[in-house]
Design a protein. Structure first.
Length: 273
């Protein structure tokens, strides 16, 4: 059965009409919603929520119309505290909760491993595959020397081997007793290496005569009629001698590499691109 009316709602409506105010006017002055003003005049307290809100809204309305605020205490439903409704929850055993936590941590560990392990393997493979090729050639400390291409398999050039034999066969002669003889025959091209370098010498028919790394202090001699094309790395450290004269390589040099051809009479010319 609904609770009997206390009459405060009727008094609110009568006082409002007597003051010439509409429901919208009261709502605007009190900054309330229209449904709240209507609920107060209808004594429909259940639409207004908790008792503290009902009492405060009712007192504000009474104060606006000049009615005693004590009328809010005479309303039983307005001062009755309603217990909050409790919603039952499903009971979860402690072991189930622990298992759920363990499963969540396991999933986290698996996802982390799937991300970290491939990155580690890729990095490890990349680091392990680095080889120091230039160190094995002995030219890593000379940035001006270009690295030659790999020498194709084949027999050692005969010219270089004969040069070494001729050097070993010559007896040591004091400098003051040595005869003044031209160091290079007119029909011979000599490469004198003052620093570490590399060389590639091809014949007139295009075959490769020699392609090798050469240490400082060594020499190579070739017949002028046999040489067709010469490429020298670190050309500034190599003297090209023909007929006892050192040839000027500035016209054949680009960066530290010199490329030139040798004619049948020993004249050097740039390689046409």
């Amino acid at each position: 059965m609904p609770a009997p009316s206390s009459g405060v709602g009727e008094r609110l409506r009568a006082a409002r009409e007597q003051a010439g105010l509409s429901v919208a006017d009261v709502a605007g002055r009190l900054r309330m919603q229209l449904r709240v003003v209507e609920a107060l005049e209808a004594e429909n307290w259940s639409r207004l929520g908790a008792q503290v809100f009902v009492r405060g809204q009712l007192r504000s309305y009474l104060r606006l119309l000049g009615l005693p605020e004590a009328l809010s205490d005479s309303v039983p439903d307005a001062t009755l505290a309603q217990a909050p409704e409790l919603t039952p929850r499903t009971y979860t055993p402690p072991m189930q909760r622990m298992l759920d936590k363990a499963m969540g941590r396991a999933v986290y560990v698996v996802i982390t491993a799937l991300i970290v392990v491939p990155v580690w393997v890729a990095t490890r493979t990349h680091v392990g595959s680095v080889d120091d090729v230039t160190a094995s050639l002995g030219l890593a400390n000379d940035p001006t020397v270009a690295q030659p291409e790999s020498r194709p398999a084949g027999p050692t050039p005969v010219t270089a081997s004969l040069t070494g034999l001729s050097k070993r066969a010559q007896p040591a002669v004091p400098a003051d007793e040595a005869p003044a003889v031209d160091s290079t025959a007119s029909g011979e091209l000599m490469l004198r290496f003052n620093g570490d370098s590399w060389m590639e010498v091809n014949g007139r028919d295009g075959r490769q005569i020699e392609h090798a790394l050469v240490r400082a202090g060594q020499e190579r001699r070739f017949g002028i009629g046999d040489v067709g094309r010469v490429v020298l790395g670190n050309a500034g450290a190599v003297d090209v001698v023909r007929g006892g004269d050192v040839q000027d390589l500035s016209g054949f040099q680009r960066a530290s590499v010199a490329r030139f051809t040798v004619s049948s009479d020993g004249v050097l010319a740039p390689i046409s691109e």
